[in-house]
Design a protein around this ligand. Structure first.
Ligand code: SF4
Length: 284
């Protein structure tokens, strides 16, 4: 991995950010396991050629700083950042849980902290977050510990007090979400499926790697344009095809043009995009 420093970030911050990723055949973290196999494989294969600007790693650094602060909390019964592992079909799956603690009445609670954008509060919990927390719960259970409840604590890094005062429904700066806990059997079945998917990807050439889904590409902003013959720009953009068709029917020479959603992750946040045949094809 090679780093650039486009924004002149001070050297001590850069050196805190720059760490060579560590890949090892037959071992995978829960975070990589829930992610797209295409990204995981391309990162492994092109680790010596990937160029990333240190600014793109800043959010990860904020997360690590905040995790350090949480460890200072006066919560002596809690276990923080415990890394556990288990064997799944010959692969070692590892995962570090942010917090595990006794919750009262003999119940045990697991929490995962996410340093994220207020934007995510508009939607249901991401399926990959639910899987991640359930895989952590499975790791604890496989080591003989009970897990009765699981929660995600979203800490909004872009929370604004003025927005909170102005907008109804704006979330608090730190928000707690209960995560539905899977049975041990379901978690085992799901983790085996993810390992099998990643294992299968390992043996495939780049261009045959499983395609990233629209959700994994963070596609946003799909629109339908009401167009008019002889005019280059849209008369108006719509969120649904029905709305655009209705509008086009009322315009002389009107027709509808699809504007695909932008693959935000591919375009701005994926360090392997220069090596990704899917991205090259879709953006050609
Ligand atoms: S560039 Fe897009 S499609 Fe390719 S690996 Fe990254 S997220 Fe997936």
């Amino acid at each position: 991995m090679h780093y650039t420093n486009k924004y002149g970030i001070p050297q001590e911050v850069v050196s805190a950010i720059v760490r060579d990723p560590y890949y090892h055949d037959g071992r995978i973290s829960v975070t990589a396991l829930i992610g797209p196999p295409r990204i995981h494989q391309l990162r492994k294969r092109y680790v010596d050629e990937i160029v990333e600007d240190v600014s793109e790693r800043l959010f990860a650094l904020y997360g690590q700083i905040a995790h350090g602060i949480l460890e200072r909390a006066d919560d002596f019964d809690a276990i923080h950042e415990e890394r556990l592992s288990m064997q799944v079909d010959g692969w070692k799956v590892t995962g570090a849980t942010d917090l595990y603690k006794h919750h009262g009445n003999g119940e045990y609670l697991l929490r995962d902290y996410k340093f994220t954008s207020v934007y995510v509060s508009n939607f249901a919990l991401k399926p990959e977050w639910i899987a991640q927390v359930n895989f952590y719960a499975l790791l604890w259970r496989q080591h003989g510990f009970s897990v009765h409840r699981a929660q995600i604590v979203a800490v909004y890094r872009d929370w604004r007090r003025m927005e909170a005062e102005r907008k109804a429904g704006y979330p608090p700066p730190v928000q707690l979400f209960n995560v539905p806990l899977w049975s041990r059997e379901k978690a085992l079945q799901q983790i085996e499926e993810r390992v099998s998917l990643h294992r299968m990807a390992e043996g495939l050439p780049d261009e045959q790697l499983p395609l990233c889904t629209q959700e994994e590409q963070w596609r946003r902003g799909e629109k339908w344009a009401c167009m008019k013959k002889g005019r280059k720009t849209a008369v108006r953009l719509y969120h649904t095809l029905d709305e655009a068709e209705e509008a086009a029917a009322g315009v002389k020479g009107g027709y509808v043009q699809h504007r695909p959603a932008e693959a935000v992750r591919c375009k701005y946040f994926c360090s392997v995009s220069p090596f990704c045949s899917q991205f090259q094809l879709e953006s050609a």
